[in-house]
Design a protein. Sequence first.
Length: 243
Amino acid sequence: MPEKVVFVVGDNLATRSNSVDLVSLSEFAASLKGELISEPFPVVIPGQGIEDYEREIVRSKLRQHGLPESILKDIPLPELLYHSEVHKRKPENVLIAGLRKVEDDLFKATLRISDRQEMVLDHTTGSHVTAMVITEAVRQISLAVGERYLLAPSGRAHRFILNSLQTTFHKFLLPLPAQLEYSVQEVSQKGPNRLRFRGRCDLVQAGVVAASGSMDMVVMEEERADRIEAERIRETTRALAEL
């Protein structure tokens, strides 16, 4: 293990780290003026929020201070999933990358949080990943497994509807590398474009489960979902009008 390791994360993901081991991008840039100038140089490892754009900022700052760019450990970023699987239009809001099937009912992926992710920008507490972001990651991997592995191709529009959600937090999940392990626990197929499934997701960091979540979802044809929604609108607006 190198003598000194520094993890650098996005500014919005480390508002109060109070640590020399985990620093924000801005804190890292400021520290180059002094403590990192002398050898032996630390190994700089990118954490959450340090994507290709931010990595180039780190390299630029190192060059500016006459430091070798090689001290930045350039860990490859797994590919983010697409809108069709996680149902997010903006790539910075996608939290799941590198989804793969490892066993019949077990899937793994990498947690990848942008410093511009919508819930990071509007809800930050200290230097851990917030419950809102973790819950959204559980939702996204549930959708992705359903879309890619459970739903049979039919060519017809469909909609995922959440029946229940439960999340448990065991330890602070830090804005550092983390993996997701998703297991399908129950599937009830009711046609090519109609199913109900339940699964559990563990968020694992440094070999320890930091948080877990389970979701129960129904997938139905969009036309049917629209009819149910329209009927609910009629019932509710009439009931409220009578009040």
